[in-house]
Design a protein around this ligand. Structure first.
Ligand code: PAF
Length: 283
């Protein structure tokens, strides 16, 4: 498994594969890898000749400076974990901020047809411009045939599909299901920062999503939303930022249910100063 820190070097390696008509997968990550990431890499390994795993904590997608500073980083451990897979087919790209941003650490501005103004977009201004900037840059550098994204960041996934459509980028976006701890807590690099009492409390998020799904079978989106809000009002440790039932394609909050639409419930919760997100398909 080779680790590249410079664009030119990885581009040279990729050019060689492309000349041999090899199929290339990309799994973009911000490191602090967990089983969810490894499942993405494993899936990519099954469907591509080579897989690039990028490990880069992208500063432009953090609306909160402290979150960026505290974001877990452990390259050595990440590399050890990747070595447990078919490492001969993996290339790691772990660039510096300068290698990516060349002294100008700024986002491009995107129009994602309104997807960027819902949910995370409301609470994390500029976040999706940062995500769009880095993912577009990775697509440009690595030119993957297939790129893998987890459904935990479902809004991000929809936005990346939109990015690819708008810029006619020739890459297949492959969604991958959310990986969960046995407790039901969605796997996230941020979970490593949870203090024990918050780690114990956090599965409440997924349990509530599951109950919301059951209620949504017979009740309106408004009633279910109020019910979820009331569950968190009486919770000592977890603070709800939002719970929304939205149309899966437009991500707009549901006003009236119709039979032919697909819905998903989305949630963001603070556990201490750590922000956790999750979502669940409702039909
Ligand atoms: O989902 C993530 O970890 C990041 O948003 C991504 C896609 C790697 C871009 O920095």
């Amino acid at each position: 498994m080779k680790v590249y820190t410079e664009k030119q070097q990885i581009v040279a390696a990729i050019d060689k594969f492309k000349a041999e008509n090899k199929i290339l997968g990309l799994v973009p990550t911000m490191g602090a890898l967990h089983e969810g990431h490894l499942a993405l890499v494993q899936k990519a390994l099954e469907n591509n000749d080579y897989v690039v795993v990028s490990i880069f904590v992208n500063p432009t997608q953090f609306d909160n400076k402290e979150d960026l500073v505290k974001y877990p980083r452990n390259l050595e451990r990440d590399l050890e974990l990747l070595k447990t897979l078919d490492e001969n087919k993996i290339l790691v790209y772990a660039p510096t901020v300068d290698d990516i941003y060349c002294g100008k650490t700024e986002s491009e501005k995107f129009n994602f047809d309104g997807l960027e103004f819902e949910m995370e977009g409301k609470f994390r201004p500029g976040h999706f411009d940062g995500v769009g900037t880095i993912v577009k840059r990775f697509f440009d550098i690595i030119k993957p045939d297939n790129a893998y994204f987890g459904e935990k960041d479902f809004q991000q996934l929809q936005i990346i599909k939109k990015l690819v459509e708008k810029y006619h980028i020739p890459v297949n976006i492959i969604p991958c299901p959310i990986h969960r701890e046995e407790s039901g807590l969605a796997m996230s690099s941020r979970n490593t920062r949870l203090k024990p009492e918050y780690l114990e409390a956090a599965p409440f998020i997924y349990n509530t999503l599951n109950s919301a799904k059951v209620h949504f079978g017979t009740k309106s989106a408004d009633i279910v939303t109020q019910w979820v809000e009331s569950q968190f009002e009486s919770h000592d440790l977890l603070k709800l930022e939002y719970f929304i039932i939205a149309d899966t394609t437009t991500l707009k909050t549901v006003k009236h249910k119709t039979n032919n639409k697909e819905y998903r419930a989305f949630i963001a919760v603070y556990a201490d100063d750590i922000r956790l997100i999750d979502n669940i398909a409702l039909n």
